[in-house]
Design a protein around this ligand. Structure first.
Ligand SMILES: Cc1ncc(COP(=O)(O)O)c(C=O)c1O
Length: 392
């Protein structure tokens, strides 16, 4: 049997990982500034995380949600404390798309409405409603197309206000990433998030903060939406939540009431997933990783801003993006092949940095050095090409 070929992949086989480093099957070491797509939050194979999962595995890995699972309560308590949303209610599931799907569905159950506001360049996942609220036609199958989703320009307060005036009480929810990831690291303005809060309150809509990529401390605050100083009604989370163990969830404000059977899952909240998520939160707290994300992130942004070839350096904490000019289009590839550094990208020309929140300053310095070397190499190749063309 062949694999169903949906991913363009690098010809590299990673067999070992530790902290911010991974190694391939030939023993080559790579610096990981991609975090396996923003998933590695506390560092690869963190000893506390390994121990917690191993110990849990010896006891019980899974039983269904039809019995008491005290680890879920323990997780809810810890998550409330670390995120500062102690009064919220936790529902656990398995992936970011599933978290958003549940959030959108719950909003609709709550207010009985159908329309969803989403924004240009948004990405919310691949399941039916999540993908309908994703601004990329290539991911939306005909069966997912929906008249219920209204796309508005990102950070455009006037368009948002006008849409609410026109559709008023038909709007069920507004879903927004605090920092767009797949869309290219676009930060939601604080004023815009405040406007979402105000308009949702005025019209009885639900504010859904998609924190799947920008959450769990990556921005330096637990949820990047928190920079606006207003609360969302539902926060969705996944990726960094399990440091590679598949676990996701939504937290729900107290005024949205649960009812049996409106949401459900077989695997969500299993014993092992809770142990993994608890290990992540305990480590974020013990090692002050949000503070580290702020410090190392600032160092990286300052250094990147001082490189004249790179444009529009942006982001928060350790979620950073910058534009690469056409002449340097091979930069990401060369960083990987020549410098052994993994980075992320966004089409057409953005490099994304999504490392572990435990990234050390020393590793960040090594990255900047490697980046400068590759830029200078590419620039000198360009110069040779230009002078050859002039001679010809
Ligand atoms: C903001 C955001 N929401 C949702 C998702 C979907 O998450 P998953 O791939 O776990 O379903 C992603 C994945 O990249 C994401 O970046």
């Amino acid at each position: 049997m062949n694999l169903f070929d949906v991913y363009p992949i690098n010809d590299i086989t990673i067999v070992k990982a530790k902290g911010s480093y991974v190694w391939d099957d030939k023993g080559e070491q790579y610096l990981d500034l991609y975090g396996g797509h923003a998933v590695i939050s506390i560092g690869h194979t963190h000893p506390h995380w390994v121990k917690r999962i191993e110990e849990q595995l010896e006891k019980i890995a899974f039983y269904s949600n039809s019995i008491k699972i005290p680890l879920q309560q323990e997780l809810a308590k810890k998550l409330g404390k670390v995120s500062g949303k102690e009064e919220y209610q936790l529902f656990l599931c398995n992936s970011g798309a599933e978290a958003n799907e549940n959030a959108l569905k719950l909003a609709s159950f709550h207010n009985g409405r159908k329309k969803i506001i989403a924004f240009s360049k948004s990405f919310h996942g691949r399941t039916s409603l999540a993908v309908a609220a994703t601004d990329n036609k290539n991911y939306v199958a005909p069966v997912n197309e929906s008249d219920n989703v209204i796309f508005l320009p990102f950070n455009d307060e006037e368009a948002l206000e006008e849409c609410f005036e026109q559709n008023g009480k038909k709007i069920s929810s507004v879903i927004i990433e605090g920092i767009q990831g797949v869309g290219g690291i676009n930060v939601a303005e604080e004023g815009f998030l405040k406007a979402i809060r105000r308009l949702c309150d005025k019209y009885g809509a639900v504010y859904i903060a998609d924190s799947v990529q920008c959450g769990f401390g990556r921005s330096g605050k637990f949820f990047s939406h928190d920079f606006a100083g207003v609360n969302a009604d539902i926060y969705t989370m996944a990726k960094g939540m399990g440091n590679g163990f598949p676990v996701a969830g939504i937290i729900v404000a107290p005024h949205i009431k649960p009812k049996h059977f409106i949401l459900g899952t077989t695997f969500g909240g299993n014993h092992l997933a809770c142990a993994a998520a608890l290990a992540v939160l305990e480590t974020i707290e013990a090692e002050k990783l949000m503070g580290n994300a702020v410090m190392v992130g600032k160092y990286l942004r300052d250094e990147l801003q001082s490189i004249p070839e790179l444009k529009n350096v942006r982001g928060r904490g350790l979620m950073i993006g910058f534009d690469v000019p056409e002449e340097l289009k091979d930069l990401k590839k060369n960083l990987l092949l020549n410098q052994k550094v993994f980075t992320g990208e966004a089409k057409p020309n953005v490099i994304r940095l999504l490392p572990s929140l435990a990234l050390k300053r020393r590793d960040a310095e090594d990255f900047i050095e490697a980046l400068k070397e590759e830029i200078s190499q590419l620039t000198s190749e360009q110069d040779v090409q230009v002078s050859d063309t002039t001679k010809a």
